[in-house]
Ligand binder design. Sequence first.
Ligand SMILES: CC(=O)N[C@H]1[C@@H](OP(=O)(O)O)O[C@H](CO)[C@@H](O)[C@@H]1O
Ligand SMILES: [Mg+2]
Length: 578
Amino acid sequence: MELEDKDLLRKQAALFPLPKGVKFSYGTAGFRTDAALLPSTVFRMGVLAALRSLCTKRATGLMITASHNPVHENGVKLADPSGGMLNVAWEPYSDMLANAPDVENFLQIVEHIVKRENIQSANAASGEVLLARDTRPSGEALVSAARQGVEAVRGTVAHDMGVLTTPQLHWMVRSFNNGVPASESDYFHQLSDSFRMLVELWHANTGDLTHSEELIVDAANGVGASKLTRLQHLTTSLGLQVRNSGNEGEGLLNDGVGADFVQKEKVLPHGFQLPADVGKRCASIDGDADRLVYFYIPEKHEDGYSGPVCTLHLLDGDKIAAIFGLFIIGQLHILAGCKSSVSDATTAHKAVVPGYGEVKVAVVQTAYANGASTNYIKQVLGLEVATTPTGVKHLHKKAEQYDIGIYFEANGHGTILFNEIFSQWLQDASVQQKEAEHRQAAKRLVAVNEMVNQAVGDALSGILMVEVVLRYQGWSVEQWDSMYKDLPSRQLKVKVKDRAVIITTPDETRVASPSSLQEAIDTEVGKYKGGRAFVRPSGTEDVVRVYAEASSQQSADALAQAVCVLVYHLAGGVGPEP
Ligand SMILES: CC(=O)N[C@H]1[C@@H](OP(=O)(O)O)O[C@H](CO)[C@@H](O)[C@@H]1O
Ligand SMILES: [Mg+2]
């Protein structure tokens, strides 16, 4: 690095001293903590985003959000030039920079990165970083810290894209680097145009539009609310009612609302009532609108269990993956000339499409996927299921290995990826195929590729896709729910002194250390019919997560509770015994 570059960095970095006694970790999805502790981290991530841009000679992204965490927290995530998450090989740099104790140490790490990645210093503006934030009050000051970080690296400029959802920023980075229109308004038009196209193409299908009721969306009092409203203005045939918009009197961001709350607690979010909302099709998105789950309040409870679980029926990321898989395989069958229709998935098998060959399709899940979804996707849809560790960066990478990769975490974060060669083939097929039916199936898949965010999981495009498939199927939310019945499950958290003492196997289903903990879990699981349980340290919260499945809800609850007690005793629990 040249002397003047160093001087500029040194001067700017001195404005953002590291808070005392805090250790930062990039974790599953970027840094998250109390907003007051973050200016130095965000400044330093601005520097890293700039270096990554100079290194790749393409734009990168920096998002200020703490997703589903409470409103006083904030965080920072970086987007790679592809629009995906920061390249994992660069994650160690982010940890090193964020924890550098003083300015000189920070400069040394920057120099190390510059040297190792062979980054040439630039005079003209050759690096670009797109910045955005969610609606948190601390966001504006943190974007300013990020901008100062970006611009402390000579040769890079920051573009403040304003208040956006996380997936919008990722989409913009990807589009910008692909040289296609990349503004927020382009995003909305791309989504709404492809939705309209899919609705038009539905008329050619055998499905019947039996539900015309509007969808009610819990927007977590977050950034997704205003974006959904905007989307709805452009997409008139999408009946939508947005609740928990963050308007006065509607409550705080993520407080008893949003996809994370609904999926983990399985209770109704604020703003939804009995009996007024019984039977309605509802959805929840999270604080930065990258997660989506659906739910409804059933007319009556069939299982007689009076725990909190009965309050709503949840259609989580697994069920979204299942309905997406059903649609995709249905269209591929049309292209392959199979007789089975979209609504007859029982005959599903590998799709061999004339002119292309076998289309490789898979659903990618994590250990948190409900066992019943995995069985359904494999056995009924006939699709391959691949498994990765927690965190969309892992799922996304795996999904890229297929012609069509559908990935979802149970919590509702996921999307459908199309590989470039296959998507080009589909575009050609949509005009060149001899049969009108085949051209239409190809057109539908082209529209899905356009509509569903190719950079990251996106609750807005996810809603459009679910609504399209429900129309094609002529299904109500209850009919969708009945694709398969979830195995009863329970997810809990345990506080321990240092969650890093728990080391899991790469697939996260077993504890490698301390080994006494895995032995104790095995013994406990053995007591329950159809039992399954695993624990892992969270990458976003200071807790150990416990997951359990069993043949009844009472058993799943009891198994999860028993495993919590084991973690508490064998991995250094703090506070009262769970
Ligand atoms: C069990 C669970 O839901 N874990 C979530 C959560 O990660 P943890 O590492 O479990 O805290 O937040 C991640 C980021 O949003 C998300 O990708 C992941 O699925
Ligand atoms: Mg989120």
